[in-house]
Design a protein around this ligand. Structure first.
Ligand code: NAD
Length: 470
């Protein structure tokens, strides 16, 4: 049985306390994970602080080479880490390997851009420059849906900017991330990337910690609010990548045959457990029934099962809490008059946290399924008459992460996209991140951005230097 360890100052460490890691496809524990102690966390922070002295002074091109080295090390371990990710997270093995491959790609791509610099003024009297310093030690906290790629986003820009890091994954999916730490032991100078696992209390220790200067958090809205409150004690720099309730608006000129498979993928990839999944669909009256029929057909044909079974396209919900939450939302949905479950609507009769891909014809916007972030394989489709009404309903939410518009007329789609209150709006696409596109939310979906030039700048402290020339 594999033994999993933290990486603290470039060295493997276990802990006195351990906790079970559950395979969501069986609901049974399959591994033990060490639970970092307060003293170990303090040592990880101290190691990062000590490594910061030399790491922050390296030329960015040298840091880029180190990060590329780390990316190569990760690429070499895809076949070893992929099965661990499937076992702890539930996603099909091919998708687990695809996630790790994506992380390798992002680590390389995100470090290609230059660090920011601006000559503000050089008018013969003064030279005024805007330069950027690394902030210090970053505390990175990740959720359980995409533990590897979300960690890679934080590692790439956090380290490339000259900071060092303590990374803590979710207690539901800690193991693949601990294996990333193993890669760091040989690929990066010691102390630059420390990886520790533990319960939610470790996240709180990090957000309060005087030795941590910046928090990069990805998770739910309620936890994000706690992080912001807790980080205020030391006025840490904070970015929050939080939940979403993404609307997809289908325009009346849409070609259903072309868009339905993409809409389906946007809603059901990773069993719907994606911050930026399609979570509500608004369809015009004339396309409403055919769209529901098309989505329901795909849902019925979608192969659900253990991520190690051949041909499986969708795994279970990642944990019991999420499984119970989605089931409760489903039960609430069925109580509403006029609701029609066009596909799925039930759990699978086997161990594990499986829910069949579910498509709901939903006549009301005030149901939990429409108002809340379901974060599961259940999507409601709502009807609209006037486009203005669809846009108003799409914006009638405290969330504002992503959205999409589906049409055969992309310029018209772009006009509608600009009216939606969300950090990213795609036309004829939904779900995905790219190294040069800043990602984050309006409203309660987050604070700040990751990725792109804005994301990189968020790991730096700007400084104005004004010098007289006379
Ligand atoms: P969560 O908020 O429960 O946990 C996220 C992380 O926070 C975990 O590592 C957890 O241990 C830690 N944590 C818990 N309590 C803490 C505290 N008081 N202080 C500091 N850290 C604490 O989220 P989750 O259930 O793991 O993930 C699902 C949520 O994440 C969904 O809402 C989803 O939309 C969101 N998400 C957002 C993005 C994005 O980029 N916007 C990406 C993926 C997931």
């Amino acid at each position: 049985m594999t033994t999993f360890t933290h990486t603290i100052d470039g060295v493997a460490e276990s802990s006195d306390q351990h906790f079970d890691v559950i395979n969501p496809a069986t609901a049974a524990a399959f591994a033990q994970c060490p639970s970092v102690s307060r003293d170990q966390l303090d040592r990880a922070v101290a190691a990062a602080r000590s490594a910061f002295e030399s790491w922050s002074k390296l030329p960015p091109a040298v840091r880029r080479e180190h990060i590329a080295n780390f990316a190569h090390g990760l690429a070499a371990k895809i076949d070893a880490i992929g099965p661990v990710l499937t076992r702890e997270q539930g996603k099909p093995l091919g998708q687990a390997k695809w996630e790790i491959g994506g992380a390798v790609h992002e680590l390389e791509e995100m470090c290609k851009m230059d660090l920011p610099y601006q000559l503000i003024r050089d008018d013969g009297k003064h030279r005024v420059e805007l330069i950027y310093h690394p902030i210090g030690v970053v505390g990175a906290i990740t959720p359980w849906n995409f533990p590897i790629i979300l960690a890679a986003h934080k590692i790439a820009h956090g380290l490339y900017a000259g900071n060092t890091m303590v990374l803590k994954p979710s207690p539901y999916t800690p193991l693949a991330t601990l294996l990333m730490g193993e890669v760091a032991r040989t690929a990066l100078p010691r102390g630059v990337l420390n990886v520790v696992a533990g319960g939610n209390e470790v996240g709180q220790w990090m957000t309060e910690h005087e030795g941590i200067d910046r928090i990069s958090f990805t998770g739910s809205v309620p936890t994000g609010k706690k992080v912001l409150a807790s980080a205020s004690g030391t006025l840490k720099r904070v970015t929050l990548e939080l939940g979403g309730n993404d609307p997809a608006i289908v325009l009346d000129d849409a070609d259903l045959a072309a868009i339905t498979p993409n809409l389906f993928r946007g809603a059901f990839l990773n069993a719907g457990q994606i911050c930026m999944a399609v979570k509500r669909i608004y369809a015009p009256e004339k396309l409403y029934e055919p769209l529901i029929e098309g989505l329901a057909k795909l849902a019925q044909a979608h192969r659900v099962g253990d991520g190690f079974e051949d041909g499986v396209e969708m795994g279970p919900l990642q944990n019991k809490m999420q499984f119970d939450k989605v089931n409760a939302i489903l039960e609430d949905t069925k109580k509403h008059s006029g609701v029609r479950v066009a596909a799925g609507g039930h759990t699978l009769n086997r161990p594990g946290y499986f829910i069949a891909p579910t498509v709901v014809a939903a006549p009301h916007d005030d149901m939990r399924l429409v108002r809340e972030e379901q974060f599961g394989p259940v999507v409601p489709v709502m009807k609209y008459r006037e486009l203005d009404d669809a846009v108003r309903r799409a914006n009638d939410t405290r969330f504002g992460l992503c959205a999409s518009v589906w049409t055969t007329n992309p310029p018209k789609g772009a006009e509608v996209a600009k009216r939606i209150e969300a950090g990213t709006v795609w036309v004829n696409h939904h779900v995905g991140s790219e190294a040069d596109m800043p990602f984050g939310g309006f409203k309660e979906s987050g604070v700040g951005r990751e990725l792109g030039a804005i994301g990189l700048a968020s790991y730096l402290e700007p400084q104005v230097v004004k010098v007289p020339l006379a």
